[in-house]
Design a protein around this ligand. Structure first.
Ligand code: C5P
Length: 221
């Protein structure tokens, strides 16, 4: 059994991947399945937490014991996470958030004949929700956790990102065959602000989730 070390704690978790509309039928999206965020929600509930799960475009059943808020775009995810984070002890940004969105959204379906050829899609930068959360915690003791998928210079890039985003923990996923996106397994290094990194060997996404909650519980204590 799991320890009940998150009993009475309010936890907000984002999961899945945001979609940015181009027109009523098309979007820019990513391959995030939501499996890691849902594993975090299940394990946090099992450890006693009160869980709000902000799910972006996830095709998974609601985890037992979590309040699920479904969103589509980065703007909707940001609104839901910032609202829920108000009274939260912990916020975990496991969602893959689009860095950019189309500058405009066409109200009608764009047709091949509209301009006689392919038109460029102009992009604008989305707000960085994790950096916003790190910059203004709702209480000094609030614990902020980010995720990052890095393919090279994992530790150096991860440490720089941890500092830049002002979070307490940064889970750096190893991306590769059978790992991370859309798979049941994960392998990760959890970077800790002011502490030593923790390696989580390849295994089910629950293992990464429990390693995160061990570190979170220690910081809250
Ligand atoms: O900078 P990068 O996209 O690698 O950072 C990933 C982390 O930042 C994830 O925790 C993700 O949820 C979060 N993020 C965010 N807002 C963005 C982009 C990423 O909160 N616009």
């Amino acid at each position: 059994g799991r320890p009940r070390d998150l009993a009475g704690r309010k936890v907000v978790i984002s999961a899945g991947g945001t979609r940015e509309a181009i027109d009523p039928v098309r979007y820019i999206g990513n391959r995030s399945s939501g499996l890691q965020g849902y594993a975090l929600a299940r394990t946090a509930a099992a450890r006693g937490a009160e869980v709000t799960l902000v799910a972006a475009n996830v095709a998974l059943p609601d985890p037992a014991g979590a309040t699920v808020v479904r969103v589509e775009s980065t703007a909707e995810l940001r609104e839901a996470v910032l609202t829920a984070s108000g009274g939260a002890d912990v916020v975990v940004m496991a969602a893959a958030v689009a860095d950019f969105r189309p500058a405009t959204r066409s109200d009608s379906k764009i047709k091949k004949s509209d301009a006689g050829g392919p038109e460029p899609i102009h992009l604008v930068t989305n707000p960085d929700i994790l950096a916003e959360l790190g910059a203004r915690r709702s209480t000094p003791s609030q614990v902020i956790v980010g995720f990052a998928a890095e393919t090279d210079d994992v530790l150096a890039n991860g440490q720089a990102k941890l500092a830049r985003k002002g979070c307490d923990l940064l889970v750096v996923n190893q991306v590769g065959p059978g790992l991370a996106f859309g798979t049941a397994d994960n392998a990760a290094t959890v970077l800790v602000a002011g502490g030593e990194p923790v390696e989580v060997p390849r295994g089910p996404k629950e293992d990464v989730a429990d390693a995160v909650w061990d570190l979170v519980a220690a910081r809250l204590a």
